[in-house]
Design a protein around this ligand. Structure first.
Ligand code: CDP
Length: 232
């Protein structure tokens, strides 16, 4: 169906809009590597929490920058989930980085330009040979501005909040309410879209997908159709 040339697919969009679900499905379908760039920002945030760099809700930027080179992030394939897990300094942190506490600070950490410079560089190295689907906020605009195919994914905030709430419940988190999940998503969208450094914006050449009323199969089908159109 597709050419043998391994292309780069960039997927950006709002919190919990189905980006990672789409990226994983595309990578599986095409035999590509999937990289969740958000996991890396979550990994730096977890490090900051563990090191006491965040106190009373404030990030001590100087302290974080002084320790930035102590942070080593990597992905390792997990044969059980069939996806890659994030490792922070050789510890598997895939589950802990999804916790609401990490989500509540990650956008502050992601707004720091030196943090972005480090992670963008690592992401570019991971994708240098193509054959990659990466999702995030600045993939089509900053990390891979020359990606052959770009998607910008969105969905109504109520639907996104319900999806994330359900996901957290399924993972055993019973302490957070739907309202709290929704406020976190809205706050992160606001911080991510208005920050000075690489704000979340749709790349001009990105194809817009609104997943509000689409099933997983439908969004995958739509994306595959678009890839085919752009490549041939
Ligand atoms: O899964 P969800 O859509 O909620 O978020 P994520 O992809 O795990 O990303 C978490 C946070 O990391 C975002 O809210 C952004 O603040 C930041 N991020 C970013 O700034 N740039 C990226 N390329 C990816 C994530």
């Amino acid at each position: 169906m597709f050419s043998t040339k391994k292309i780069t697919i960039a997927i950006d969009g709002y919190s919990s809009c189905g980006k990672s679900t789409l990226a994983k499905a595309l990578a599986q379908q095409l035999g590509y590597v999937f990289i969740d760039s958000g996991a890396m920002y979550r990994g730096v945030t977890l490090f900051a929490i563990q090191e006491g760099i965040i106190q009373q809700g404030e990030v001590n930027e100087q302290k974080l920058l002084a320790k930035l080179n102590e942070i080593s992030l990597g992905f390792k394939f997990n044969p059980v989930s069939q996806h890659s897990d994030l490792y922070l300094n050789n510890m598997n942190v895939e589950h802990i980085i999804r916790q609401p506490e990490v989500a509540s600070y990650v956008s502050k950490i992601a707004a720091i330009s030196q943090v972005r410079a480090k992670l963008v560089h690592e992401q570019q190295v991971m994708g240098k040979s193509g054959g990659i689907v990466m999702d995030g906020r600045d993939i089509g605009t900053v990390v891979f501005p020359n990606a052959e195919v770009k998607f910008f994914v969105t969905a109504l905030p109520e639907i996104r909040a319900e999806r994330r709430f359900k996901e957290l419940r399924e993972k055993g988190n019973n302490t957070i309410s739907l309202e709290e999940v929704k406020s976190n998503l809205i706050l992160r969208d606001e911080l991510d879209s208005t920050r000075t450094e690489s704000p979340l914006v749709k790349a001009e050449d990105a194809f817009l997908i609104d997943t509000s009323t689409l099933s997983r199969e439908e969004q995958l089908h739509l994306a595959l159709q678009e890839i085919e159109k752009r490549l041939f």
